[in-house]
Design a protein around this ligand. Sequence first.
Ligand code: HEM
Length: 117
Amino acid sequence: ADGDAAKGENEFKKCKACHMIVADDGTEIVKGGRTGPNLYGVVGRVAGSVEDFRYGKGLEDAAAAGFVWTPEAIAEYVVDPKAWLGGQGFEAQSKMTFKLRKGGEDVAAYLASLTGE
Ligand code: HEM
């Protein structure tokens, strides 16, 4: 992707009310809320696959289909999660009501950079 990870790190301030970033070894990269799933390693991960997180029907469908997050898909998803899910043929239902109007490429590049994706 062509996003700017440094800009995305700043943009992640809008996400951390609901999302933490905690590495597999427990290192807290971003202290965040628990409304949404941990986003560490989300790029390259099957959608809707954080254990013990109760996803909505749309991401459950995506998980069942084995859909894997790419930076491009995350950039599109965050603009309008519900519409994106429906557009992919998954159930148009999302528990993430937040919409990021612009800068999705940057935040996706930031998330990818954390795990070298
Ligand atoms: C899910 C990214 C902001 C609440 C997700 C997922 C991604 C994501 C990639 C899917 C994760 C997975 O499949 O495991 C982001 C980014 C944000 C952001 C980059 C900022 C630009 C927020 C905010 C909230 C929120 C502010 C709360 C108001 C949720 C919830 C889910 C979710 C509840 C689960 C959705 C479902 O089950 O349908 N987010 N998010 N997110 N996010 Fe966010």
